[in-house]
Design a protein around this ligand. Sequence first.
Ligand code: APR
Length: 233
Amino acid sequence: MHPVRNIVILTGAGISAESGIATFRGPGGLWEGHRVEDVCTPEALAADPELVHRFYDLRRAALSGVAPNAAHEALARLDREWPGDLLIVTQNVDDLHERAGATRMLHMHGALKRALCAACGERFDWQGDLPPGTPCPACAAPRMRPDIVFFGEIPYHMDRIEAALSEADLFVSIGTSGAVYPAAGFVRMASAHGARTLELNLDRSEGSGWFDESRLGPAGRRVPEWVEQMLSA
Ligand code: APR
């Protein structure tokens, strides 16, 4: 196996499951009887802003009741100690990677603790509730919204992600069902550029067949094992 220098890691809801945050497509993947896919859309935001803003207010508030788990902690350790390039691309909107200490990371679907002005495009750290009609701190337009990438919107940082995938020697996917693109296609992009690919997931996912290797089991066990292996090689 050629030496690994550049690593790209994709994480999904499964890495936060052991912290108590429900995944989207597992049991409990509904919210107040709504499929999440029906709430996270520009159409839902336009049709029922109260419902959509409340959905994110509740999820933002719930963050104070959860903590990073061993998988987040292990990735933060790898981030600190890995001498080569490393990028954690998370689909998650929680702040558990940051709270574990990860720094070489980005949120491709936005973040609960960020708010976006739909008028001027400015983004802000946001802690409390964000009612519809909140005025923008920069331009004063009453157009603040959660800084979340809704279905049908363009994920963030795709240029940087594609550049990292083209340079990756190793691509690792953790806790994601491989159901949503473009993230679900990253394994094939990495492979096409010669990277080895590894999946760490509780169950086989829709993308399992594209990986060189899949290790099934909870992230809280599989991720620390893998990080230890990488840092002791
Ligand atoms: N450890 C590892 N993997 C787990 C664990 C765990 N403890 N628990 C669940 N999983 C796995 C499941 O087997 C599943 O494959 O995590 C995956 C979660 O899949 P989804 O619920 O579909 O979440 P995700 O893949 O992140 O969804 C992608 O879809 O709803 C949109 O924008 C949203 O970012 C999200 C995207």
